[in-house]
Design a protein around this ligand. Sequence first.
Ligand code: ZN
Length: 241
Amino acid sequence: MGGISVIFKSINLLFMLKDLLHFLFPKSCPGCSILLLTHEVLLCTVCRATLPFTHQHQSATNEALGKFYGKVKIQQASCLLYYAKGGLVSNLLHQLKYNNQPSIAFVLGQLYAELLADDQAFPSVDYIVSVPLHPKKLKQRGYNQVDGFATALSQHFQIPIHSSVLAKVERTASQTTKSFQERIKSKPAVFQLQSTPNLAGKHFLLLDDILTTGSTLENCAKLLLQIPDSKVSILCLAYTK
Ligand SMILES: [Zn+2]
C-alpha cells in the first residue's frame, strides 16, 4: 500500500508542478493569441476545432498535385490545411517561422500523420526530405521550420529523414554579370543535389511548410528525379490557391 501511495503522491506532485509552471509561464495559442488552458497542447480548443482541413489526400487527382501537371512528375501530393491571408493558418505559419515556435510544425505534422494513417493515404516512400533552408537563414532562425513536420511523420511512419541529399546554396558565376537590382529580383539562392550514392530507385517524400506556386518544390523535385529511377511525392502543411 505504501508503495502505491508514494506513486499517487508523486503523480499529484507532477500535476501540481505542471499547473505551477503553467501559472508562472502561461502559453498563448499561436492561432488566436488567447492564453491556453493547462490541458490544451499548443492550440486552443476553438482553433483546433476550426482548422481548415483540405482533405486533399483523399483524392488521387487533387488541386495540390494539379500544380505540378506538365512541369514535373509527382506521384502523390497533398496539403493539410487551407491558407488564407490573415487567417488562422497564416497566424500559425507566421509564429512558426518568425516567432521561434518550431513545435507548431511538429504538432501539425502529428495531426497530419494521424489523418494519413486513418485514411491509409501515406505514400510508400523510402526517405523524407525537407526543403532545405539557406545556411545563413538557418543560422538566423536557428531551425528549419519544416523539420518538425519531418520528425513527426518520420516517428509516426518509421521512415528515415535524409537531410543531406538537397542543399540550398548561394547563386554564383552567371549571377555576377547581372546588376545588383537584377540579382535581388532573381532570388539569391538555388538548390543543389548533394551526395547521391545508394539512392537509385528510391521514393522521396518532399516536405515544405506551404504550397503556393509550387516552384520551390518543383525545383527540388527535379533535382531528386535526376537520381536514376527515383520517384517523388509531396506533402505540405498549408495550401494557397
Ligand atoms: Zn486559438
